[in-house]
Ligand binder design. Structure first.
Ligand code: A2P
Length: 336
């Protein structure tokens, strides 16, 4: 089997560390692995499959080496600066930041939903926002059968979505210490404030869910969102209210959802079975339950969707995108 040279940018971060775990678990065919982070981490050793790898400081010449794919998760500014440099040297970047997601020349990919779009890249492919990824996984099949008119998202997002700083703020808060990352205490609280506020009153996180859902699913779907940070360490939960153009049968919808690869239906309320953050931690699938008709609309449906935001919402989805690329490689150089 052909093996590839892979770089991880942001290797010391929460998502970067999970990239390493997921690459190992999925037996990604790696020839050489390069780990990159800021000058703060340069020289640090990280173990991967029994071998210590020295972390390099990311700089303009980092991609002069023979690298096939670079997985980026080091924040938007780092991606903006270094992804084009990497792409100009023939590396395919799969970027976990929001820097390029809405760029027309950058495919925004969830492998269960729009895998075919991956090859329309010019060196950079974007991984969607964590809440968007888990939300669109159940939506594609429903849109194809019943045509979605409008989606109302309400999210309950874990602190790990803010990286190690978010986890620290929750842990510190539980110990009675002040926050450093969030504007207010997160322990024992819910913050209807994720990322910055925009002119239109939405937060940037809410706008990401709206724009990215349309880009992945269909531009004319109407979408609104309220995103809330909750004192949960791992896994985001999303309440989804969907209005369809066509009529549907709830039992049929359950079968439709059960047919989606990577989606697990957990819906047996008589036995208190529904998706929960504590159960999806560490898993790569998206979980859906509380599947029920919204009696206030003609063709309305409610869903409760849960996934591990660091795995399916970030690292796993990014690596699944890389898997799509190498599956089609068939021995050619990946690009350029
Ligand atoms: P470092 O650990 O050296 O600061 P998280 O979001 O979990 O905090 O992780 C952020 C990741 O992005 C870390 O690996 C961090 O490296 C990396 N990073 C942040 N800023 C830069 C930068 N300017 N150049 C390279 N890597 C960066």
């Amino acid at each position: 089997m052909k093996k590839y040279n892979i770089a991880i940018v942001g290797a010391t971060g929460l998502v970067g560390q999970t990239f390493l775990q997921v690459l190992e678990e999925r037996k990604f065919p790696i020839k050489n692995l390069y780990l990159m982070a800021s000058s703060r981490s340069a020289g640090k050793k990280i173990n991967f499959m029994g071998k210590d790898i020295v972390v390099e400081e990311l700089n303009e010449s980092s991609f002069d080496k023979d690298i096939d794919i670079a997985l980026f998760s080091a924040g938007g500014d780092t991606s903006k600066k270094f992804s084009p440099i990497a792409a100009s040297k023939g590396v395919i970047v799969v970027d976990n930041s929001s820097a390029f997601r809405m760029d027309d020349e950058v495919p925004l990919i969830v492998p269960e939903v729009n895998p075919g779009a991956v090859f329309n890249h010019k060196g950079i492919i974007a991984n969607p926002n964590c809440s968007t990824i888990q939300s669109v996984v159940p939506l594609r099949v429903l849109d194809e059968k019943y045509k979605i008119k409008r989606i109302v998202y309400s999210t309950y997002q874990a602190v790990s979505g803010s990286g190690l700083a978010g986890i620290k703020d929750l842990e510190n808060g539980l110990a009675g210490k002040p926050v450093e990352n969030y504007p207010y205490q997160i322990a024992g609280n819910c913050l209807p404030h994720i990322d910055v506020f925009l002119e239109n009153g939405n937060t940037k996180e809410e706008q990401k869910m709206i724009d990215e859902t349309k880009k992945i699913l269909r531009a004319d779907v109407k979408v609104t969102a309220t995103c809330v940070r909750v004192p949960v360490l791992h896994s985001h939960s999303v309440s989804m209210n969907i209005e369809f153009e066509k009529e549907f049968d709830v039992e049929e919808v359950k079968k439709d959802l059960a047919s989606v690869k990577g989606l697990i239906v957990e819906d047996d309320v008589k036995n208190n079975i529904y998706p929960m953050a504590i159960n999806s931690k560490g898993k790569d699938e998206v979980f859906v339950g509380r599947i029920r008709r919204d009696q206030s609309l003609d063709n309305g449906l409610n869903l409760w969707v849960v996934a591990d935001n660091i795995r399916k919402g970030a690292a796993t989805n990014t690596i699944q995108i890389a898997e799509l690329l190498i599956a089609e490689d068939k021995g050619r150089k990946l690009w350029k």
